[in-house]
Design a protein around this ligand. Structure first.
Ligand SMILES: *[C@@H]1O[C@H](CO)[C@@H](O)[C@H](O)[C@H]1NC(C)=O
Ligand SMILES: *[C@@H]1O[C@H](CO)[C@@H](O)[C@H](O)[C@H]1NC(C)=O
Length: 495
């Protein structure tokens, strides 16, 4: 096998020399017509590993795997493979490595920063066929899943156990995809983001090496054994390796849950309340901010009738006694900040309706301007800076006549402007682009970050440099060069 590959590569080199294309981009194995023979041989090697059904070159399927839910344009890979187990992932990676083909991991395609586009062609690894929940340790509150398991899939698997996995980015994303982007969402204020909830990862490197970041099978609640490689791979966005297994922390389902909605006379009052609730040590499960434009959009989209004012959606988890205490303190605080009385959602149906309104924010925003596209900004700042940045950002939106309802995980200092724009209008696209850069720089100036939970992907690489500075970037590049010296893992992203 190796021999055939070696010959194919030699043959390819000769072809390159003969056609004078040695200086062209180096990933041209798949560009017809010159290397048709090599292309066919590579495809049959991939097929020998993943089976005929596991290797697809159809245009529609490639396009489906060349984009996520962002506005970044589709960049289809040359081929999509569907491995069924880690051995296949490793064998396929070896083939790619041998031929210097880019490797792009793909979960559910629900990312928001263009992370899956095949900028330099190559092989997309769709991991959705690996969808088994492997080891559930109820008594230890942890579980190990394959990369195709989604968060909703895991929670329905856990249904009768009294346990759940709380990280909830909205979309029904795959858990390894969520680990790769360091996703979070509305529950993070209480339960943390993916960073706090991954205990171990099985990783396949670009050359096919398989290893576990915390040692095979290990899942202690704490450790001080060496560097934290798990954390290195959380948020690496497919640029260091493929995640083929994740061991995750689980939580006991709360005994009771109650949600409430509260409106405020100003953004400042809503955010001040959030800060004070957290300072008072209330273990609030969710505290979500919606500005007047966002709540108006949600009202229209879901036929609701909340007052069109800055609003907080809150949720409390705990025993009934603890709930009572949490709610009393929170009500005192919101009242002091001129908040309205709470409108309660106690039964499951009303609660589901309330959080559906929050989760539909994206579609509600889009419905403000039918036919337009949406782009979500994603900055995060220290809590105390939140009122100022939101107030300045709203002013910026108005001054520049932009539609950008604001929804935020304010308990974490993280908020989104859902920019609704006409992608056919270059002048508007430019204004939105300039606005988002100003917003990111405003966050950096306030000691914050250009991305709280969506990742760097394609569009935020320059901002990442500004955020970290050249020395930290050099360290990152050094790590990348060690783990992926041929720069095959999701090239063109993050760094
Ligand atoms: C290592 O990183 C993982 C993933 O971010 C995290 O869950 C874990 O708590 C960290 N371990 C230690 C000992 O800090
Ligand atoms: C503001 O933008 C809208 C489109 O979103 C446009 O119809 C309107 O004319 C603009 N107003 C001004 C003052 O530019």
């Amino acid at each position: 096998m190796t021999c055939v590959w070696f010959r194919a590569t030699l043959h390819l080199c000769r072809l390159r020399l003969a056609s004078g294309c040695g200086t062209r981009r180096k990933y041209d194995l798949f560009s017809p017509p010159v290397q048709n023979g090599a292309r066919e041989r590579t495809l049959s090697a991939l097929r020998a590993v993943a089976g005929d059904e596991g290797v697809c070159v159809g245009a529609a399927l490639r396009e489906q795997h060349g984009r996520d839910e962002s506005v970044h344009r589709c960049r289809p890979p040359d081929v999509v493979v569907f491995p069924r187990c880690v051995e296949e992932v490793s064998a396929l990676a070896k083939i790619c490595h041998h031929h210097r083909l880019p490797i792009i991991p793909f979960g559910t395609g629900t990312g928001l920063e263009g992370g899956v586009g095949a900028l330099k062609g190559g092989v997309c690894f769709s991991l959705r066929k690996m969808d088994q929940v492997l080891d559930l340790h109820q008594e230890d509150f942890d579980v190990t899943v394959e990369p195709g398991v989604t968060r909703k899939g895991l929670n329905s698997y856990l249904r009768d156990t009294g346990l759940w996995f709380p990280v909830d980015p909205g979309a029904d994303a795959s858990l390894c995809g969520m680990a790769a982007t360091s996703a979070s969402g509305t529950n993070a204020v209480r339960y943390g983001t993916m960073r706090e909830n991954v205990l171990n990862l099985e990783v396949v490197l670009a050359d096919g090496t398989v290893f576990c970041t915390a040692g095979r099978g290990r899942r202690p609640r704490k450790t001080s054994a060496g560097y934290n490689l798990t954390n290195l791979f959380v948020g690496s966005e497919g640029t260091l390796g493929l995640l083929t297994k994740a061991t995750l922390r689980l939580y006991g389902l709360p005994e009771s849950t109650v949600s409430a909605v509260c409106s405020f006379p100003s953004v400042q009052a809503a955010v001040d309340s959030t800060v004070q609730v957290l300072q008072a040590g209330v273990p609030i499960a969710r505290i979500e901010f919606l500005d007047d434009v966002m709540i108006d959009a949600c009202n229209r989209f879901n036929s609701l009738s909340y007052p069109i004012m800055p609003t907080l959606f809150l949720e409390f988890h705990g025993s009934s006694r603890s709930l009572e205490e949490q709610v009393t303190i929170t009500e005192e605080i919101t009242r002091e900040n001129s908040g309205s009385d709470f409108s309660w959602a106690e039964d499951e149906e009303t609660r589901a309706q309330l959080w559906k309104a929050r989760h539909d924010a994206w579609y509600a925003a889009l419905a403000l301007r039918p036919g337009c596209k949406a782009y979500s900004t994603d900055v995060c700042v220290p809590l105390s800076r939140l009122p100022q940045i939101i107030v300045e950002t709203k002013q910026d939106l108005i001054t520049n006549n932009l539609t950008g309802p604001i929804a935020g995980h304010v308990g974490d200092g993280n908020f989104h402007c859902i920019m609704v724009l006409n992608p056919e209008d270059p002048e508007e696209v430019k204004r939105v682009h300039e606005f988002t850069e100003r917003l990111a720089r405003r966050a950096l100036a306030m000691d914050g970050t250009c991305t709280g939970e969506h990742g760097v992907g394609l569009g935020k690489r320059a901002l990442l440099r500004e955020e970290l500075g050249p020395l930290a970037m050099e360290v990152m590049q050094g790590l990348k060069a060690t783990l992926d010296p041929k720069n095959l893992m999701n090239p063109g992203k993050v760094l």
